[in-house]
Design a protein around this ligand. Structure first.
Ligand SMILES: NC(=O)c1ccc[n+]([C@@H]2O[C@H](COP(=O)([O-])OP(=O)(O)OC[C@H]3O[C@@H](n4cnc5c(N)ncnc54)[C@H](O)[C@@H]3O)[C@@H](O)[C@H]2O)c1
Length: 334
């Protein structure tokens, strides 16, 4: 019997590459498209000899209806997109172009094979949310990245309604794991801290470090996406987190090192916490990797972050200036 075909957009990125690992392990034939603006081909290097994996360096916006890359695809896991708050404030049009209009191209290409689309949505759509946050929480994006991801989600469901394509959106809270992005502007806490640890510099803790994030290990994210694809679910939104928020101070404790405190930023929640009742009940999924184990896996692979930018309080103040200028005029990062 021939292998079922899955397309992974953004498959050379952090979460996309974990998705590829799982799909290959489960016997899928996998086609990755990624323009490598954030991802790296080396994230897939461990599959170089696997004939079941095909890679195309391409922009999702170049997809045509009837695109050969999507032919006979059963599932499309749509992880391709651009992240981060600060660059989205500086370049909002590019964010809308890739994350929203790019999703239109993906949905158009999914029509011919009638593939089921699993969209990597973002919990940032909820804004400064009440916790634990369930799927019916009001939508209130605080910056262009959040809006662009939410528009992408609306596109997915509009194509589902109008063209009757099966689709599910999974709103990811805070994923972490090996291969999390190292490049680009000031971003997620793991990349920043790991590089600082390698350099023997203090961790730049925002505020007093009591803020909590619902960190979920990347392989657990991939398992949730596959469970959603293989289930009969259609037209549903699922929140995805560990359902157990961890403080930044706890992360520091596990990583081990000195800290320096930097100012809190506007529009950032004190706590993210996914209510995961829906996904656990309906898909039978549950997180497998405890936080301590996930952090241990990352520490074992810490060399990956050696090329990442090394941030300190001054460079962070500079890099986040536009964040303050736009979202909290009058307040200064330092
Ligand atoms: N990591 C998280 O905690 C998190 C949370 C919520 C949502 N998400 C969403 O999950 C997806 C994957 O995130 P990630 O953390 O793995 O980030 P990532 O940057 O590592 O992965 C995104 C990938 O998409 C590729 N890409 C970007 N623009 C593209 C384009 N125009 N055409 C083709 N490929 C393109 C990048 O090169 C990269 O490999 C993103 O859509 C993101 O919005 C992630």
């Amino acid at each position: 019997m021939s292998r079922p075909i899955a397309v992974v957009t953004g498959g050379a990125g952090f979460l996309g590459s974990h998705m590829v690992d799982l799909l290959l392990a489960r016997g899928y034939s996998v086609r990755v498209m990624d323009n490598l603006v954030g991802g790296r081909e080396t994230n897939l290097a461990h599959h170089a000899k696997d004939a079941a994996l095909a890679f195309e360096k391409r922009d999702i916006r170049s997809l045509a209806p009837n695109d050969a890359l999507f032919s006979s695809a059963r599932y499309v896991f749509h992880f391709g997109g651009i992240g981060d708050i600060v660059p989205s404030i500086e370049h909002p049009s590019e964010y809308m172009s890739v994350n929203a209009q790019g999703t239109v191209a993906v949905m158009e290409a999914a029509r011919a094979p009638r593939a089921k689309v699993i969209y990597a949505a973002s919990s940032s759509c909820y804004g400064l949310a009440a916790v634990p946050t369930d799927e019916n929480h009001p939508i209130a994006p605080q910056y262009p990245y959040a809006l662009s991801k939410y528009h992408g989600e609306r596109v997915v469901f509009h194509w589902r309604d109008v063209y009757r394509l099966p689709a599910v959106a999974i709103r990811i809270f805070n994923a972490y794991g090996t291969r999390s992005r190292t490049s680009g502007a000031y971003g997620a806490v793991f990349g920043v801290f790991l590089r600082q640890k390698l350099a023997g510099k203090p961790f730049t803790v925002v505020g007093d470090g009591t803020q909590r994030r619902d960190f979920l290990y990347a392989s657990d994210v991939a398992e949730a996406f596959l469970a959603a694809a293989e289930s009969p679910m259609d037209g549903e939104v699922f929140n995805l987190g560990a359902g157990a928020p961890q403080s930044v101070n706890r992360l520091v404790e596990l990583l081990g090192g000195e800290v320096v405190h930097i100012p809190k930023r506007p529009g950032e929640p004190d706590c993210t916490w996914a209510n995961i009742l829906k996904i656990t009940r309906i898909l039978g999924w549950k997180p497998k990797i405890p936080f301590e184990e996930g952090v241990g896996r990352i520490l074992a692979a810490i060399d990956y972050w050696r090329d990442a930018p090394l941030w300190d309080p001054e460079s962070i103040a500079k890099a986040t200036q536009s964040w303050f200028d736009v979202l909290a005029p009058g307040e200064r990062p330092r």
